[in-house]
Design a protein around this ligand. Structure first.
Ligand SMILES: [Fe+2]
Ligand SMILES: [Fe+2]
Length: 330
């Protein structure tokens, strides 16, 4: 059912005088910061938007394991390997409870996974970039997980109860992820000249893709206005991007590295950093499937899904047997 719903989502905020009584009562609850729960009435578009957002988030966690998973076997020390394993497992765990959160809205996990595999649902474009060196693992933890926290801290206040609650735990894990990334960057940036060069190179490649993680500029973001009115989103793409830049530039300076944006500077009037926006044509190209790793990522996911079929079948057979035994005993 969700597949048919995707195409029909409306754009723009419905004016209050066009709302039905039910819609008005719903909006009042949202405005009063009440959480909306699975069994509560909700507008179809609210449900659709949440399924899209939570589904994409779940897919991003699952696909997001791949770039770092690439380095588990090559982590430089046993300690680094244990830390990275724990982090990648966190991402897998979140995928599972975010799929569960999406299921409370009436879509099945199988359906979401099918849409992902058919290319009809997205995951975060950042995971379509390769991890070429160990420093990339540091840059991902620092910048990519850092950008994710920026988003997710706000989502703890999102209007849909199950999603907001999932974020509380996710944010705790995410700050560990970010610190492990920054710790790797510190080791590299304060290490040998070769290590420092690797750290700089990783920053150069991940800087703009990280800025893209907040989504297109507000003026081009089709979902923002209604999502804000429903408190599905509580801060805009541009606000979050600015916050991320303001937080990250001093961290770059502390590392003794150089921001790849030559025009970055603190604006004394605004108190914020002015920066060059990313190349949005690259963002849309990657989103369309033409990033460096899109095909590899999808192939890895589909293969994992197919290779796991026997586990799912075995578990279903076991559940059927158990249900039959329970029924016979009654
Ligand atoms: Fe994640
Ligand atoms: Fe993470």
């Amino acid at each position: 059912m969700y597949a048919q719903m995707v195409k029909t989502a409306r754009v723009g905020v419905k004016p209050r005088d066009e709302m039905t009584e039910q819609e008005r009562a719903f909006q009042d609850r949202v405005d009063a910061n009440e959480k909306i729960e699975p069994k509560d009435w909700m507008p179809d578009d609210y449900r659709r938007t949440l399924i899209r957002q939570i589904g994409q988030h779940a897919h991003s966690e699952v696909v997001g394991q791949l770039p770092e998973g690439n380095w588990i076997t090559r982590a430089p020390t046993l300690e680094r390997k244990a830390i990275l394993l724990a982090k990648v497992q966190d991402e897998a765990g979140r995928g599972l409870y975010l799929y569960s959160a999406a299921e409370t809205l009436g879509v099945s996990r199988d359906e979401l996974i099918e849409l992902l595999h058919q290319g009809r649902m997205k995951y975060s474009s950042i995971f379509n970039y390769p991890t070429l060196t160990w420093a990339d693992v540091g840059a991902i933890g620092w910048l990519v997980d850092g950008a994710a926290i920026m988003n997710q801290v706000h989502l703890q206040r999102t209007s849909y109860g199950p999603y907001a609650r999932a974020m509380v735990r996710i944010c705790k894990e995410e700050s560990f992820h970010q610190r492990q990334g920054y710790d790797i960057m510190m080791k590299m940036a304060f290490g040998t000249p070769e290590q420092k060069a690797m750290a700089q190179d990783a920053l150069n490649r991940f800087w703009y893709p990280s800025l893209m993680m907040f989504g297109p500029p507000d003026q081009d973001s089709v979902h923002t206005a209604q999502s804000m009115a429903w408190k599905i989103k509580v801060a805009t793409n541009d606000e979050l991007r600015q916050k991320f830049v303001d937080q990250t530039v001093p961290q770059i300076e502390y590392l003794g590295l150089t921001c790849p944006d030559p025009d970055i500077r603190l604006n004394e009037e605004t108190g914020h950093y002015d920066f060059t926006p990313p190349d949005w044509s690259e963002f849309f190209a990657v989103l369309k499937g033409n990033g460096p790793c899109n095909k590899d990522r999808m192939k890895a996911r589909i293969t994992a899904w197919e290779d796991g079929a026997w586990v799912r079948e075995g578990m279903l057979a076991h559940a059927r047997k158990k249900a039959a035994a329970t029924a016979a005993a009654e």
